[in-house]
Design a protein around this ligand. Structure first.
Ligand code: ADP
Ligand code: UDP
Length: 235
């Protein structure tokens, strides 16, 4: 399958039409941004790792009954996916306090949470992706009630599956962001799961193996992505 017109260029990926109106090609870039696009840079090799890692993770989720947009990996950076209409929500799940949650609620980063937290941001760059609750989502029509129930149930199940997956690799899943899309009458998992969109800490040392190394200028950014990739693909 070949790339046709580019439909959209985002911060981390490009989306192309294909000859099949139900399929898109996503192409992963090395570009990195943080703080709503204010900090810009690149992480060499990230596009390849995020593409391949997302596909491995999505295959694992599919094997465990989660439907995803994955069709076929086409190359190191490009994947054929089902075209979906993205629900404009960043679905965030947290197991351990970190990032904006720690800041907002004064809970020290690294504090285990007594239950997983599901939160939503309205995916809207102009507004800076504000946090939004379920009543607000329904009130402004971003999703229907049944859709929100499906998204919430799937997100919590995906969290359980991913926690178990990463711990096997010596990685603690601190928090992550996923996106869902409408495909026919279903809501399926789309976009990506990668060190760009997850906080991943070494289980022994709590070393950060994710995009926080870029956001916070911690150094060893490329090495962290490579380490996650090495752990995912070894044995
Ligand atoms: P952003 O838009 O935040 O800059 P990206 O650079 O990752 O993000 O761009 C990829 C875009 O493609 C995102 O807006 C994402 O919601 C969208 N997307 C991901 N998977 C699909 C899909 N299967 N069909 C349609 N759009 C998708
Ligand atoms: N996240 C993301 N894209 C965003 C915002 C957050 O992938 O636009 C991920 C982020 O990598 C982390 C989780 O969502 O794994 C929770 O992020 P948080 O709300 O703490 O925001 P941040 O501290 O990243 O601003």
């Amino acid at each position: 399958m070949e790339k046709l017109d580019m439909l959209y260029e985002g911060k981390a990926k490009k989306v192309f039409k294909t000859a099949d109106e139900n399929l898109f090609i996503v192409e992963y870039k090395d570009d990195a941004t943080a703080f709503n696009g204010i900090k810009k840079g690149s992480i060499i090799g990230k596009g390849v790792i995020n593409n391949k890692m997302t596909n491995i993770v999505f295959k694992y989720l599919e094997e465990n009954g989660v439907e995803t947009h994955l069709v076929e990996e086409l190359s190191d950076r490009a994947t054929l996916v089902k075209k979906v209409s993205i629900v404009p929500l960043e679905v965030i799940i947290r197991n351990v306090a970190a990032g904006s949650f720690s800041k907002k609620f004064g809970v020290e980063e690294g504090t285990a949470l007594l239950n997983p937290i599901l939160e939503f941001s309205y995916k809207n760059d102009e507004l800076g992706d504000p946090m939004i609750n379920d009543m607000q989502i329904l009130a402004i029509g971003l999703a229907k009630k049944e859709e929100l129930i499906s998204i919430s149930e799937q997100a919590l199940r995906i969290n359980e599956l991913l926690k178990a997956y990463f711990i096997e690799k010596g990685i603690k899943l601190i928090d992550f962001k996923i996106e869902f899309g409408r495909c026919g009458d279903k809501i399926i998992l789309a976009d990506e799961v990668s060190p760009d969109t997850c906080r991943l800490w070494d289980v022994e040392t709590n070393e950060k193996l994710d995009k926080d190394r870029f956001r916070r200028d911690l150094g060893g950014v490329e090495e962290a992505y490579e380490e996650v990739w090495r752990r995912i693909t070894s044995k």
